[in-house]
Design a binder for this molecule. Structure first.
Ligand SMILES: [Zn+2]
Length: 220
């Protein structure tokens, strides 16, 4: 530690780590372990303030800078702001979905319209993403043993994911929509009230589960 630089107080460290879920704050990275870094360099600010601190892995810390393929301070600030918004607005399942789907999308591993397979009742866990118009119920289905539900990101949801990956403002307040309570058959999606479809679908499409692996549609 440089001479004359006090340690970051434990409680402040804890807040910064919790903000980033104890992982690197860069959406395309999210590795751990991490350390707490100053966005504006310590040598300049000479203080530890929450607003100027961010959790970064060693690799992303080394990428901090203004050169090509580096992460500049403006981006770091936006990533931090976006983390705060996501934490405030969305639950664990939603944030995990944003993180994993967004990364697969950014790396070109899945198409934008890939459906996401979840158990019946998952709309409650994904409620705020749906309320914001970012995610919609695609259809209900069933395989030999279980009914399940397919979700997909809407066009505004895809734009939201791409803004998040690219350190752009997330603009959460512009996407509010009116949706009734979950799980009681009155969900106001753009394609109408979803109905269970127990019969085999026309087939040929893949859905995506929380394992991150595209699955062939078992009922096809
Ligand atoms: Zn990182």
């Amino acid at each position: 530690m440089p001479e004359g630089r006090p340690a970051i107080p434990a409680e402040l460290r804890r807040r910064v780590l919790v903000e980033a879920g104890h992982r690197c704050a860069i959406p395309t990275c999210r590795r751990h372990p991490v350390d707490i870094e100053h966005i504006d360099n310590w040598a300049t600010v000479r203080e530890h303030r929450f607003e100027n601190l961010i959790a970064l892995c060693p690799t992303c810390h080394r990428r901090k800078g203004n050169g090509t393929d580096q992460i500049d301070k403006k981006s770091l600030r936006q990533y931090k702001t976006n983390l705060g918004l996501l934490n405030h607005r969305y639950g664990d399942t939603e944030r995990r979905l944003i993180e994993v789907f967004g990364n697969l999308l950014a790396k070109g591993k899945i198409p934008e319209n890939r459906t996401i397979r979840m158990g019946i009742g998952s709309d409650l866990l994904l409620w705020y993403l749906m309320q914001d118009g970012y995610l919609e119920t695609y259809r209900f289905r069933a395989d030999e043993t279980h009914p399940y539900e397919l979700f997909r990101f809407t066009q505004s949801g895809i734009a939201f994911l791409r803004r998040w990956m690219a350190a752009q403002p997330l603009d959460l307040d512009s996407q509010r929509s009116n949706i009734d309570m979950p799980g009681i058959g009155s969900v106001g999606h753009s394609n109408g009230v979803p109905q269970p479809q127990p019969s085999p679908p026309s087939g040929g499409e893949e859905d995506w589960t929380a394992t991150g692996l595209p699955n062939s549609d078992r009922s096809a």
